[in-house]
Ligand binder design. Structure first.
Ligand SMILES: [Zn+2]
Length: 325
């Protein structure tokens, strides 16, 4: 039985995913006689069944779920939100910057593919590869249905729960409107994808990202570092405890990557695609989804370096290149 009470009245439901990353955690929070859900899992039969079974095992009647908090709109977090709201009538709560991403990403994806194609070409992806890469994330659409939220967040809101409050912490970086949910009375932080125990979340520069997502991300980590937290409950993997230690490791990892890029760009101006191939050795043999993430991740680091004056970003109508400052 995977369902566990990770803290009094807080239950972790591990839901399956057909990806390299095998599970996503959904949390159920007792709130008097009602329940709040944090994230939803994918919109797949497997995930829906697992969620139903686990709720039944906890004897949580679906109609008692009166609020759904969403960390961000990636399919593994937001996929079932539309369907669940329909079934429960729950209040759907999400940061307003995520809402702006929904329509282009899931409802008007053809337009987005067009923007992505232009962006790939500018970043040095050869036409043959770009043809595959541009629609690499189209498949994600089937795991989600678009739904209008009830309550929009900006950060710093307090949401009443069980006689106490959950505080919304806006943590842009992995996604522009990513939010963590801090429950001080319980010493718990629901960290979404912002802070994970084993992997570092993908931070990418792309047409739907913030303009300098890596610096946003690091700033958001500092915001989390200041919180008093006993237990971090992440969206992927097991609960963990030393959030400041983990934040330190992740910041070091990005610093090391930046230093590597400065070295690579020292040999002359290169496109993001060239740098990604050199930074992520072997990535070009992997699938198009991995290749696109590698490119986005490389560009996020280059952008941060250019903002800092450690790289030069040269832009023409056709191409963006990066070289030593
Ligand atoms: Zn995500």
């Amino acid at each position: 039985m995977q369902t566990v009470e990770v803290a009094p009245g807080i239950f972790r439901l591990e839901l399956p995913m057909p990806f390299e990353l095998k599970h996503v955690n959904v949390y159920v929070l007792r709130d008097g006689e009602y329940f709040t859900l944090i994230d939803t899992g994918l919109q797949t039969d497997e995930s829906r069944q697992a969620l139903n079974q686990k709720l039944a095992a906890l004897t949580v009647p679906v109609e008692r779920i009166n609020r759904i908090l969403i960390t961000h709109i990636h399919p593994d977090h937001f996929g079932l939100a539309g369907e669940l709201r329909e079934r429960t009538g729950a209040e759907l709560v999400i940061h307003r910057l995520e809402v702006a991403l929904m329509e282009p990403r899931y409802a008007r994806a053809e337009d987005l593919v067009h923007d992505v194609a232009a962006w790939l070409s500018k970043n040095g992806v050869p036409p043959a590869e770009a043809e595959f890469l541009k629609s690499a994330s189209m498949a994600a659409r089937e795991f989600v249905s678009v739904v209008e939220p009830d309550t929009l967040l900006e950060g710093a809101e307090r949401l009443p729960i069980d006689g106490t409050d959950i505080e919304v912490v806006w943590t842009p970086g992995h996604s522009p409107g990513h939010c963590c949910f801090h429950w001080p009375a319980r010493g718990v932080l629901f960290s979404g994808d912002h802070l994970l125990p084993k992997i570092s979340p993908n931070i990418g520069l792309h047409p739907q990202s913030g303009a300098d997502p890596l610096d946003d991300y690091v700033f958001s980590l500092q915001r989390i570092r200041r919180l008093e937290v006993e237990t971090v409950l992440p969206a992927h993997g097991d609960p963990f405890y030393d959030h400041r230690g983990r934040i330190g490791e992740i910041i070091e990892h990005h610093e090391a990557r930046k230093a590597a890029l400065v070295r690579l760009a020292g040999a002359g101006a290169k496109s993001g695609w060239q740098l990604a191939a050199e930074l992520f050795q072997g990535i070009m043999q992997r699938n198009v989804f991995q290749q696109r993430l590698a490119l986005q991740e490389t560009l996020a680091h280059c952008q941060s370096l250019a903002v800092d004056g450690r790289l030069q970003k040269l832009v023409s109508r056709e191409l963006v290149t990066w070289s030593a400052a």
